[in-house]
Design a protein around this ligand. Sequence first.
Ligand code: ADP
Ligand code: UDP
Length: 237
Amino acid sequence: MQKLAELYRGKAKTVYSTKNSNLLVLEFRNDTSAMDGQRIKQFTHKGIINNKFSYFIMKKLEIEKIPTQIEKLLSDNEVLVKKLDMISVECVIRNRAAGSLVKRLGLKEGLEIKPALFDLFLKNDAMHDPMINESYCIAFGWASKKHIENMQKLSYQVNNILSRLFDNAGFILIDFKLEFGLFKGNIVLGDEFSLDNCRLWDKNNLTKMDKDRFRQNLGNIIESYKEVARRIGVKLD
Ligand code: ADP
Ligand code: UDP
């Protein structure tokens, strides 16, 4: 499927239309951003790794009956997806304390959280993605009660599936962010699942394997992403 017009250039991906009005091409670039896009750096191979990683994860989720955007892997850094009417709310699941939760509540990083938390953030870089809740979504029309309940249920299902998958490869899934959209009225998982939108620690030594290596200047980001891909069975070449 050929790319037609560039519709949107985000912080990490570029979105293209295709001749089928129900389908889009997502092109994964090498850009990595932090601080709502204020800090950006390119890493060779990152686009390829994230595209193949995200495709691998979404196919695993589909086997477990999670509806996803995936149509076809088109190339190393491009995937054909269903064109979703995106819900501008980020769904975050947290199995252990990290990142903004640690800052907000002063918890110890790595503290186990049971049952896992479900947080909502408004997708708005200019406002620094503020934390919101269900009643904000309903009051301001960002998402209906039914859609939030559905996104929450799917997010917890994804957590069960992926916590197990990563645990089997020797990792702890700390937290992650999902974005959903509507396709023909149904909630479908969109965007990506990669090491840019989750936190993943090595079970043995608690080494950070995810984008925190960039956020916290820990180095070896690509080596780390490749190591995770290798251990869960993503074929990179
Ligand atoms: P950002 O917009 O946060 O900078 P990206 O660089 O990842 O993020 O850009 C990808 C954009 O495409 C995001 O705004 C995302 O919401 C949107 N998107 C992802 N998947 C789909 C899809 N299947 N259909 C329509 N839009 C999508
Ligand atoms: N996350 C994301 N995009 C965002 C904000 C967060 O993918 O715009 C992911 C992040 O990688 C982590 C989870 O969501 O896996 C929880 O992030 P948190 O709220 O702790 O915010 P952060 O510390 O990333 O600012």
